[in-house]
Design a protein around this ligand. Structure first.
Ligand SMILES: Cc1ncc(COP(=O)(O)O)c(C=O)c1O
Length: 396
């Protein structure tokens, strides 16, 4: 049994979640529940593999080609029944890097990229920083869940000659896990309009209850014609970094089933001078994507799921003016504070300065995030309980 209740002091270790707000003058007592990493240690098998590497002590250029790719292939086969071949995998130092490479490979300056609103913040950043035109489609919030407005997506794609659609599945920050029909509908629009689909599935291992993560192309497999067409347009971004808390090691895998598409991405990566992911990152991934790693993930998920239930229950009983958007996936909870009538800035200041709880402000994720906060609950139950008590007290 892993003790996820164990509190680990992450201060003075360069942890962005802790040390960055401190550098801006935030109090050490503020409970930090922003940015998407976990306060837990990684799996023991990953720690052991890294210790072994340190003992070995030679850190020269390293490529574990077969072993590395087999680990990835086996993980997707066993966990998702999704078949991947070695030559369909592109290793990168991170999903954001891969997203930026896709933007550069499949669009030119001033061409349009469609993102959703609200949406994971880096989608907007990599599009903007690469001088592409950002086109937004608003999600519809109905019955406490977010839905794609397909008519709007199609209209915007046509009107703006959109080249790329960036999609987050499961959906950070709003917690949706997309079902098969939803993915098929989106794929059809992209296929009909020849739009590249960049599907960011970094949170895929965290889905709750009856929900099931469906890898984008897998949703289409019963419709051979659609599958074959979509395959020529789809880039799937995956990583062990959320699941095993490895973001500091920098390792991700992009899956591209179409050879021409893959060559374009690789050529773009080649131009950056980036050669290979680090040796510790490779070692960690191979240790993570094992049966031992999977057993740890199962325990972790149980703990996190209970955190979600705890937050929902506590808020319902004690701070009912906050509306908890349904968390179907991810360890990020999307809380609707609009009932308090505060703007984004006022809300964040109140939470940080008065409650001493640091959440991610909703506006970061797009204009429709105004009045919302994202709470990272991949932390000890004690931390969560403390944070909720503090929030309850300031809104009394
Ligand atoms: C949807 C999504 N994509 C990508 C990332 C970052 O990935 P990486 O650290 O591999 O660049 C995050 C981290 O929060 C995320 O939530």
């Amino acid at each position: 049994m892993i003790n996820f209740d164990k509190i680990i002091d992450r201060s003075n270790r360069g942890a962005r979640k802790i040390d960055y707000p401190l550098s801006l003058g935030e109090s050490i007592d503020t409970i930090k529940m922003w940015i998407a990493d976990m306060d837990f240690e990684t799996a023991p098998c990953v720690k052991d593999a890294l210790k072994d590497l340190i003992d070995y002590g030679v850190f020269g250029y390293t490529d574990f080609d077969n072993k590395y790719f087999d680990s990835v292939i086996n993980w997707f086969h066993k966990r998702y029944n999704f078949e991947v071949k070695r030559d369909e995998i592109v290793r990168t130092p991170g999903v954001i890097f891969a997203l930026a490479m896709a933007v550069k490979a499949f669009s030119k300056k001033n061409e349009s990229v469609l993102i959703f609103n609200p949406e994971y913040v880096a989608f907007r950043e990599v599009t903007y920083l690469n001088e592409r035109n950002i086109i937004e489609s608003n999600f519809k919030l109905e019955n406490n869940k977010y839905y794609i407005d397909y008519d709007d997506v199609e209209k915007k794609i046509k009107e703006n000659n959109v080249k790329i659609l960036m999609f987050c599945s499961p959906f950070n920050p709003c917690g949706r896990v997309w079902d098969k029909e939803e993915l098929i509908k989106l794929a059809k629009i992209c296929v009909d309009n020849n739009v590249i689909i960049v599907s960011d599935e970094i949170h895929m291992d965290f889905v709750w209850g009856e929900n099931k993560h469906i890898i984008f192309l897998d949703a289409l497999k019963d419709n051979k014609e659609l599958y074959e067409k979509a395959k020529k347009l789809t880039i799937i971004n995956t990583s062990a970094s959320k699941t095993f808390n490895l973001a500091g090691l920098q390792v991700a895998n992009t899956i591209v089933k179409d050879t021409a598409l893959k060559e374009k991405i690789e050529s773009e990566i080649g131009k950056t001078g980036y050669h290979r992911i680090s040796q510790p990152a490779q070692v960690a991934l191979m240790a993570a994507y094992t049966e031992e790693g999977y057993s740890w993930v199962c325990e972790l998920k149980e703990y996190i799921y209970n955190n979600i239930l705890f937050v929902k229950d506590y808020i319902k009983k004690n701070i009912p003016k906050i509306n908890v958007i349904e968390t179907e996936g991810t360890y990020l909870m999307w809380l609707d504070f609009r009932g308090y009538g505060l703007n984004d800035d006022e809300l964040q200041k109140k939470l940080i300065n008065e409650a001493k709880v640091h959440l991610d402000n909703g506006l970061k994720f797009g204009s429709l995030g105004n009045g919302f906060m994202r709470m990272n609950i991949a932390t000890s139950r004690k931390n969560i309980e403390q944070a909720l008590i503090r929030i309850k007290d300031i809104f009394k």
